[in-house]
Design a binder for this molecule. Structure first.
Ligand code: ADE
Length: 254
C-alpha cells in the first residue's frame, strides 16, 4: 500500500515533506513528488496547483508513475452551506463537478458518458479521516493555534461535517451563487477547485480516495481576504496534525 497526498498549495501541506523519513524527490511534468515514510506509511506528497485539470493530472501521475494505491487530498475550501463556519472541517462522502453542464444532452452536473454526477469517496478512508479530524479538534487545536489566532479567525467551537463537496474552476465569492448551488446540490458542505476531478480519476482507475478540507472562507464577497489570511496563518496546522493522526492510525485493513 502506498498513499498519495495531494494539496493545491504549499501552505495546505506545510510540514509533511519535512516530516518524511528517507525522503527522495522526483520532478515530473513540472511538479515535485516527494517519496518517503510518513509516520510509518509509505507515502508520496505532491502539490497539484489549482484547478480540476491540475488535480486530475496529478492524481493520474501518482497512480500510473508513482504506484500509489490510495489518494488523500487535503486543503482548504469555501463553506457550501450557511451553517458551516470558518475553521470547521469537512470530509467528502461524494464529490461533484459543479461547473459540468452538458444539458440538455445530459443532466446538469453529470459527467457525460459515465452516468455519474457524484463520485464517491472511500468509506474506510473517510471514516478514519473523520476520527483524525475529531482528534485534532479535541486534543491538538488549542496547543498548536494560540488563543489570539483562534480569536482572530473565530475558531471558538470548530465542528466536523460529512457531505457533498463541489469542485469547479472558479473561486466562489458571491453569496447568491453559493446559495443557488446549495439549493441545486442537496447536502453540499464545501466548494473548492480540485477534489471532484481527483475523485473522477480515482473512480476510473479503481483507486480509493478521500478528501478533507478546512473551511477558510464563506465563499461570499469577503472570501478572497479571508482565504489568504487563513491559508497563511492556520491551514497548515490543520493539515499537518490531521494527516499525522490519520497516518498514526495505521491505515489498517486496507
Ligand atoms: N477554496 C477555498 N475557498 C474557496 C472558494 N471560495 N471557492 C473555491 N475554492 C475555494
Amino acid at each position: 500500500m502506498r498513499l498519495g497526498i495531494i494539496s493545491a498549495l504549499h501552505e495546505e501541506q506545510h510540514g509533511l515533506v519535512e516530516a518524511m523519513q528517507g525522503a527522495a524527490t522526483a520532478l515530473h511534468g513540472g511538479r515535485v513528488y516527494t517519496l518517503g515514510k510518513l509516520w510509518g506509511i509509505d507515502a508520496v506528497c505532491v502539490l497539484s496547483r489549482i484547478g480540476k485539470v491540475a488535480g486530475a493530472v496529478t492524481a493520474t501521475l501518482l497512480v500510473e508513475k508513482f504506484g500509489v494505491t490510495h489518494i488523500l487530498f487535503t486543503g482548504v475550501a469555501g463553506a457550501g452551506d450557511r451553517s458551516i463556519a470558518v475553521g470547521d472541517i469537512v470530509v467528502a462522502d461524494a464529490l461533484v463537478q459543479h461547473d459540468m453542464d452538458a444539458s440538455p444532452l445530459f443532466p446538469r452536473f453529470q459527467v457525460p458518458l459515465t452516468g455519474l454526477a457524484h463520485f464517491p469517496s472511500d468509506h474506510t478512508m473517510s471514516m478514519q479521516l473523520l476520527a483524525a479530524a475529531h482528534g485534532f479538534l479535541e486534543h491538538d487545536l488549542a496547543d498548536v493555534i494560540d488563543a489570539e489566532q483562534r480569536a482572530t479567525f473565530g475558531l471558538q467551537q470548530p465542528r466536523v461535517h460529512r457531505g457533498l463537496i463541489a469542485s469547479g474552476d472558479q473561486f466562489m465569492n458571491e453569496i447568491n451563487a453559493i446559495d443557488a448551488l446549495n439549493a441545486a446540490l442537496p447536502g453540499l458542505v464545501a466548494v473548492e477547485m480540485e477534489g471532484a476531478a481527483v475523485a473522477q480519476v480515482c473512480y476510473e482507475l479503481g483507486i480509493p480516495c478521500a478528501v478533507i478540507r478546512t473551511i477558510s472562507d464563506n465563499a461570499n464577497e469577503e472570501a478572497a481576504t479571508d482565504f489568504l489570511a487563513f491559508v497563511s496563518a492556520v491551514a497548515s496546522k490543520y493539515a499537518f496534525y490531521i494527516v499525522r493522526r490519520y497516518c498514526e492510525g495505521g491505515m489498517e485493513s486496507r
